[in-house]
Design a protein around this ligand. Sequence first.
Ligand SMILES: [Zn+2]
Length: 238
Amino acid sequence: MGLHLTTHLPRVSAESLTGGAPIVVLAPHPDDESLGCGALLAHAFDTHGAHVVCMTDGSGSHPGSTDWPAERLAAMRWQELSHAIVRLGGMPTDMTWLGHPDGWLGTQDTDRIVADIVAICRGCGARHLFAPAPEDHHEDHRSTARIARRVAQAMPDLALFSYPVWSRWDDPDLLDHVAARHPVALDSRTWQARKRLAIAAHRTQRGLVIEDDPKGFSLPLDFIDAFAKEPEIFWRAA
Ligand SMILES: [Zn+2]
């Protein structure tokens, strides 16, 4: 895992990443916000404010469960995300649930999603927008990155930053691939306790809730631990 490579990245302050205004974070699924941006969000909630936009309903993590059909799982994941946001220092109203089908974001009405996010960014006066790295291999993450780019094109004063989730875990050469984007690291230790609690709020993703789908998704424990401890990584999107 390439996480240790962050020791060579320039450190930045959380304040510099907010742009002195509320930030907007796009999470393809409930949990991406806490894994990739938990420390930054905790700082933002303490200062200028933040808004999390969850793109999908998270209903695709346990397709083999009969106890937890998509609708029930989506409702639980909405609740888990609102708990995570409160644990980071926000309010349940600091999130927008777009509720698109998990795994199928790329097939939805992109123009409408872009318009929804532009309205949210304008509404809260954001100067910085955060979206998953296009290098993440999950299709919903890539779709979110494409949507974010279109939002930034529509709002020339909005700076778009990428944050890695899956690519940070499974691509040991990630930082080489994005070196031209000048990635920076945010030391998350100040907010580590809150970040850990926020990740832990996503109980369905930790194998603690759904018992009838042994093949369902579960966040690896070393993955959770690494994301909680290590600096967060950001770079300006191309
Ligand atoms: Zn995700």
